[in-house]
Design a protein. Structure first.
Length: 267
C-alpha cells in the first residue's frame, strides 16, 4: 500500500481552541500539537502572501520526522487572465523557501478561481512552467480546478502528460470527479456539518476511508464520480500515496473528521 495521510487545512483557527486544542496549550505550540494528531497539513497562508525561508524552516523543525505538508501556491500565479504569463510568479513562489521543508514537503497545490474556464492551449502552457524538482527532490503538483469546463477528457490528458494530480473535491459548489492523472491521490473534503461532532456521518467517513485504502493499493473505488469519455484512464500503479484533507464546510469540525478517518484506517 502507498502512504495514506489525513489532515486539515492550516493550524490556526480560533474555534479550534474549543473543539481541538487542549485548553492550556499556548498558541505558539499549535502546529507542534496538531502535527502529532494528524499526519498532514495543507498550508493555506502561502496562497495569500509569500512566506519566508525562516518560516518554512520553523514549520519543519516543529513537526515529526514522518509528517507531510502540502503547500498551496501563491494566488498571483493562478488568479490571472493568461496563465502562460505566470512564469515569474511560479518561480518566485517555488524559490521562496519550500526547500526548507525537506522530506516533509508533499504536493504543491495550484488552486484556480471558480470563474477560470478551461483553455487547453493556455493551461498546457501553464503546466509547462511547473518545475519537476526542487534542489534534487521531485515535486508533486496537484490542480484544484473549479469550473465545470474542466470536466473533459482533454484536461485529464493534459494533466497526465505533465504528471500533475487533480483534486478530488466533495463540494456542491465545484466540479467533483475522481479520474486519476498522477501517481498519487489528493482529496479536499468540504462538507463537514456543524451539528455533527465528527463533521460527517459515520457511514460517509467509512466510505471515504475505504476509498483511500483502495486507491493506496493501486485500485479505483466504485461509486465515485468521474468525467465520462476518459479513454486513457488512470495510470497503472501497484500502489499510490493518498492525501485526505478536511478543509471547509463547518471548519470547526474538520479536525474531528480527520481523526475519525485516521481511526478507521488504523483499525
Amino acid at each position: 500500500m502507498g502512504d495514506i495521510r489525513v489532515g486539515i487545512g492550516g493550524w490556526t483557527y480560533e474555534p479550534w481552541r474549543e473543539t481541538f486544542y487542549p485548553k492550556d496549550l499556548p498558541a505558539k505550540r499549535e502546529l507542534e500539537w496538531a502535527s502529532r494528531q494528524v499526519s498532514a497539513i495543507e498550508i493555506n497562508g502561502t496562497y495569500y502572501s509569500t512566506q519566508s525561508p525562516t518560516s518554512y524552516q520553523r514549520w519543519h523543525d516543529e513537526t515529526p520526522d514522518d509528517f507531510r505538508f502540502s503547500v498551496k501556491a501563491i494566488r498571483f500565479a493562478t488568479n490571472r487572465r493568461v496563465l502562460a504569463e505566470a512564469g515569474e510568479s511560479v518561480e518566485r513562489f517555488i524559490g521562496s523557501g519550500l526547500a526548507k521543508l525537506g522530506d516533509k514537503l508533499g504536493p504543491v497545490l495550484w488552486q484556480f478561481a471558480p470563474t477560470k474556464r478551461f483553455d487547453p492551449e493556455d493551461f498546457g502552457a501553464f503546466l509547462k512552467l511547473l518545475p519537476k524538482e526542487l534542489e534534487g527532490r521531485p515535486l508533486r503538483h496537484v490542480l484544484d480546478v473549479r469550473h465545470a469546463s474542466f470536466m473533459v477528457p482533454q484536461f485529464l490528458d493534459l494533466a497526465r502528460e505533465h504528471g500533475a494530480g487533480t483534486v478530488i473535491t466533495d463540494s456542491p459548489d465545484y466540479p467533483s470527479f475522481a479520474n486519476l492523472t498522477a501517481d498519487f491521490v489528493y482529496l479536499r473534503l468540504m462538507q463537514c456539518e456543524p451539528e455533527r461532532a465528527t463533521g460527517y456521518a459515520s457511514e460517509v467517513l467509512d466510505a471515504w476511508a475505504a476509498c483511500a485504502q483502495t486507491w493506496s493499493r493501486g485500485g479505483e473505488p466504485a461509486g465515485v464520480p468521474r468525467v465520462e469519455g476518459d479513454a486513457a484512464g488512470a495510470p497503472a500503479r501497484s500502489s499510490r500515496d493518498v492525501f485526505v484533507f478536511m478543509i471547509n464546510g463547518a471548519k470547526e469540525r474538520a479536525p474531528a473528521a480527520a481523526l475519525e478517518v485516521l481511526k478507521r484506517l488504523r483499525a
